[in-house]
Design a protein around this ligand. Sequence first.
Ligand SMILES: [Zn+2]
Length: 280
Amino acid sequence: MLDDVADALRCPICAGPLTRHGQALRCPVGHSYDIAKQDYVTLLSGLAAPGDTGAMVAAREEFLGAGHYDWLAESVAEEAADVGRSPRRVVDAGSGTGFYLAAVLDRLGPAASGVALDSSAYALRRAARAHPRIGAVGADLWRPLPVADGAAALVLNVFAPRNCGEFRRILAPGGRLLTVTPTDRHLAELVDLLDLLTVDEAKERRLAETLGDCFFFQRRSLRDRTLRLDHDAVAALVRMGPSAWHAAPGALAARIAELPSEITVTASCYLTVWRPRHSQ
Ligand SMILES: [Zn+2]
C-alpha cells in the first residue's frame, strides 16, 4: 500500500514531504499527485521516458510466474537479509513487476516495507499488488528520485539503470546498495541460438566505475543456474529482455520453432553489496 511508504517520498518539484489527502499525495506548497485506482502514484516533474511496454511487462510476468527465476529472488532476499542491520525500508530502483522486492519483504518480515520505483505504468500496476507492503511509485530513474534523503536502509537495483548519486542520497547512514547484474555468461546460449545482441562484456567493469564515485565495493557473489526452457518460455524471455533484443529479426518466432522442444540456458548474475561513501 502507498500508505506504508508515503513518509519516505518527496515532492519531485520542490522536494517537500508528501502526505495523503484522499486520492492524492500533496506537498506543503500544494503540488498534488493523483493516486491511480490501482494504488500507485506517479511522481514526476515533467515527461519521462515511457519505460517497459505492456507486452514486455506481460512477458516478464509470464516468465517470472513460471518460476524460472525463483532461485534468483531467493538469493536476492537472502543477501538483503544479510546486509548487516535488518533493513526496514527498502527502495527498489527499477522494480519492474515487484517480483524481487516482494521476495525481499517476505524475508525481512512484517516491519519492512518497500518503495517500488519504475517508469512503466504497466509494471507499476503489477508491483502495487505484488506484496501488501509495497508502495508503487512512477519515477524517472535518470532524474532526482522522489524519495526523501536517508529514507532507505537498503536500495535494490536488479537489472536496472543506476543513478549513483541519488542512490547514495536516499540511503540512511549504515544503509547498503544491492545490485544484481548479468555476467557475460548470462543467457549466452540463447544469444547464440537466436542471434541476439550479446551482453556487454565490459558491463561489470563499467558498473564498478560508475558506482565508485559514490560507493565502496563491499562484497560480491556469483549466482547461476541452468534453466530448462520450452518454446513459450524462450519467447517470453526474449520479449521481456533488454529492449535492444526487439531489434532482432522479425523471424524470431520461426527461429524459436526450429529449436529443440527444450533447450538449456545458463542464467548467471553477480549480487554485489555496496557501502555509500558518506557513512560507515
Ligand atoms: Zn512540492
